[in-house]
Design a binder for this molecule. Structure first.
Ligand code: OSB
Ligand code: MG
Length: 373
């Protein structure tokens, strides 16, 4: 598979509703798309970095530069035996998994199209025909607004609710949610807003029998999570901490988590995501697919990933309409009244690109070819 050209595109789209986490509020997304051309076909990837380096160290601009100056030149003009070759070719770049992962995912998509396979098949998935869906609900302006939003998502069929927490929006708010919805599958995500000094506060959440608490402590702190997990009845799920299969193995060995959120971008693409998945599966740790407010391409890639066998818990992959008035794919991602997304069988990521709309939302574009010899 010879890689002839790579086009980077930055698209800008307003979110239907703001999304707020412990590290800030997002109202508009700026995403980098990667189109890889080779053997007369195109494959597509989406970089999942945010607009600011607050979830991890990456952001839109850093992803653009890493791709343009360091990652793309490693594969341009090269004849790859497999998409598996991409991760090792960019492994010398420290960090920046999301930028590298956007390129890697595009090459998996290209390979799937060249083989005439749906992406889920190409990556070794297909354990299920539909994936169970949950939603991630941000911090709201009031508890009433949060309760209303939860009701809306339950009415739409979603199978579990994740609510964002931070100091000052935690125990009392979770209590109100539990009073109103005593039986729903509920979890909380802190996005690294606490330290071990807050153990008592986090322990107080045990009484609400949450499915899990996601990433309570620092983004790079596995050791303290192990200490916290020993004190909590509630399972800890790690998100930010797990950037590789090696991290997953270390976290599992230390007892730092009982569940893992796998994000395609955060771990650098499909090859590493599969390794994280396998390491967790071997240890009896369930996984689910996290989201990064993706547009259609990233969303479709998450759906393919979620068909691997150990993705047994509902993930954060939900309908396009929760984020976008119009998505860049046709049809948009839709969720059944039972709260599931059905798997599609066309080659590649499974949806058509809405090229006219893609053009409308593009704010920057650059095509890279092989370096002259
Ligand atoms: O921690 O899972 C997270 C969004 C942006 C950054 C981090 C996170 C999230 C979400 C949203 O929870 C998931 C989604 O709906 O895409
Ligand atoms: Mg999270």
């Amino acid at each position: 598979m010879r890689i002839d050209r790579i086009t980077l595109r930055q698209i800008r789209m307003p979110l239907v509703h703001f999304f707020e986490t412990s590290f800030g509020r997002t109202t508009q997304r700026d995403m980098v798309l990667v189109e890889v051309q080779g053997e007369g076909m195109s494959g597509w990837g989406e970089v999942t970095a945010g607009e600011r380096p607050f979830y991890n160290e990456e952001w839109t601009e850093s992803a653009w530069l890493i791709l343009r100056d360091f990652a793309a030149p490693r594969v341009l003009g090269r004849d790859l035996a497999s998409a598996e070759d991409v991760a090792p070719l960019t492994a010398h770049i420290r960090g920046h998994q999301m930028a590298r992962g956007g390129l890697e995912a595009a090459i998996w998509d290209l390979q799937a199209r060249l083989h005439g396979n749906p992406l889920w098949k190409e990556i070794g998935g297909g354990a299920r025909r539909e994936i169970p869906c949950g939603v991630s609900i941000g911090i709201q302006n009031s508890v009433e607004q949060l309760l209303d939003k939860i009701q809306t998502e339950l009415d739409a069929g979603y199978q579990r609710i994740k609510m964002k927490i931070k100091p000052g929006w935690d125990v009392d708010v979770v209590r109100r949610v539990r009073e109103r919805f005593p039986r729903i599958r509920l979890m909380a995500d802190a996005n690294s807003a606490y330290t071990l000094a807050d153990s008592d506060r986090l322990k107080a959440l045990d009484e609400f029998y949450l499915m899990m608490i996601e990433q309570p402590l620092a983004h790079d702190e596995i050791v303290d999570h192990a200490a916290l997990q020993a004190k909590l009845d509630t399972p800890i799920c790690l998100d930010e901490c797990i950037r590789s299969a090696h991290h997953a193995e270390q976290a599992i060995r230390m007892g730092a988590c009982r569940i893992i959120n796998i994000k395609l971008g955060r771990v650098g693409g499909f090859s590493e995501a599969r390794k994280v998945h396998d390491a967790a599966q071997a240890a009896g740790i369930p996984v689910w697919c996290g989201g990064m407010l993706e547009a259609g391409i990233g969303r479709a890639h998450n759906i393919a990933l979620s068909t691997l066998p150990n993705f047994v818990l509902p993930g954060d992959v939900s309908a396009s309409r929760r984020y976008w008035a119009r998505d860049v794919i046709c049809p948009p991602v839709e969720v059944t009244p039972q709260g599931a997304i059905q798997i599609r069988d066309q080659a590649g990521f499974g949806y058509e690109l809405d090229r006219e709309f893609l053009q409308q939302v593009t704010v920057r574009e650059e095509t890279l070819g092989p370096r002259p010899a």
